[in-house]
Design a protein around this ligand. Structure first.
Ligand code: MN
Length: 231
């Protein structure tokens, strides 16, 4: 195969206890998947079907890292999320079979330009500019599923400069990992390398240059992200 210029490098993430890297294909994100967060964003947390948006594969970046404060925003928000890494593809996967498609899990931040998202909601425009910007998905090294104690119960937390801002349990997901990945696979054929960011609990908020964000899902992974000066 000859390309008209060099093909871009494969986006990838580090893996725990392994020198090999996880090749990232796509990043799917679940909206409003914790009741208290749906409420804090002014939405009815009733069990409406899960919905999805995406980030480009190369928005994923290894942690620890420093991310420049992004352009176009004055309201950069963190959202700590359990991340599920797909190892086996498929369409119309039944909830009971989802576990067979999971390669591993980690924790990541769905960085959000909240002011642009508010504008997009108001003007009924797409969310991409608020969610899918460069380096908008810092993710800790992925843990292989055999070593993951649970995808149904675990503390999920985030701190800014050491002060806890988000503190919940993945048991509080409105749509469990099995349920929302099954639904996702009705809309797209999942493939190895896909990542699913499973939604954030309550307590989202803004960060500024110089802030150090730490976070984790107990038993799975922890991360640290520093917000740098404006790019
Ligand atoms: Mn999110």
């Amino acid at each position: 195969m000859a390309y008209v210029f060099d093909a871009p490098p494969q986006a990838s993430l580090a893996v725990q206890d392994n020198d090999m890297r996880f090749p990232v294909r796509r990043i799917f994100c679940v909206g409003r998947n914790y009741e208290a967060h749906a409420r804090e964003m002014g939405n009815d947390p009733d069990r409406e079907p899960p919905f999805f948006f995406t980030k480009p594969a190369d928005a994923a970046c290894d942690t620890p890292c420093t991310i420049p404060y992004p352009s176009l925003t004055n309201d950069l928000h963190y959202e700590i999320e359990l991340v599920v890494a797909i190892g086996k593809g498929g369409a119309n996967i039944a909830p009971k079979d989802v576990a067979n498609h999971i390669w591993g899990a980690s924790v990541g931040i769905d960085l959000t330009r909240r002011d642009l998202q508010a504008d997009a909601k108001k003007t009924r425009r797409p969310w991409d500019w608020s969610k899918a910007f460069d380096l908008s998905a810092p993710i800790a090294p992925i843990k292989q599923i055999a070593d993951v104690p649970s995808l149904t119960n675990a503390r999920i937390w985030l701190a800014v400069n050491g002060e806890i801002r988000q503190d919940a349990d993945i048991a509080d997901l409105i749509w469990s990992v099995s349920e929302h990945i099954a639904t996702l696979s009705e809309g797209v054929t999942l493939a190895p390398g896909d990542l699913v960011m499973t939604g954030t609990p309550a307590g989202v908020g803004a960060v500024v240059s110089g802030d150090v964000i730490t976070g984790g899902v107990d038993g799975i992974a922890e991360l640290e992200v520093t917000i740098g000066p404006r790019a």
